[in-house]
Design a protein around this ligand. Sequence first.
Ligand code: ADP
Length: 186
Amino acid sequence: MGPPGSGKGTQGALLAKDLGIEHIAVGDLLRAEVDAGTSLGRQVAATMQAGDLISDDLITELMAPKVTKAAQNGGYILDGFPRTLMQAVSARQTADEFNVDADIVIWLDVSPQALIARLAGRAGEQGRADDTAETISRRLQVYEEATRPLLDYYQGRGLLATVDASGDTSDVHAAVMAAIGQRLPA
Ligand code: ADP
């Protein structure tokens, strides 16, 4: 977990490679639906472009089959999910039904100033529709309101590991691996 620009996508991909498990990135899945012009893609495009969250129902519908399949293949890293308390509670219910639980929740902690600088830089490189100045500030606000409260939720469940994510990619990856190693000794 982490705010927009904290490096969830980059770190999720590195971690998946190291651990040999699937990286399920909700934002990427949504962008693929938009690019393919599917019915779901058409429903979410404007909301994403505005920097707002997609409804919990649509997200659950998108995620459930992917997670179930990855669970049968040895595990997964969720990137960008859950992002609301409702999503977290519904994910927990589903996990309980299948008798599985999250091993660790990693929070990528970065100062707001660094986030804004990174997101502005990425806008020039990737041309993501939601990396305009206006949308960036909306996404950061949505993160504070809807997603940050989840940190307390996962802290309370004893799953939260906070990693300083302000350094470069390889430093952050090493810190993430160390956090995992501490919690889940091989
Ligand atoms: P970032 O974390 O940089 O905002 P993502 O690629 O994870 O990037 O998400 C991009 C957009 O996709 C979000 O702004 C939101 O519109 C939508 N989205 C992604 N994950 C979720 C989620 N779990 N619930 C609702 N909307 C989501």
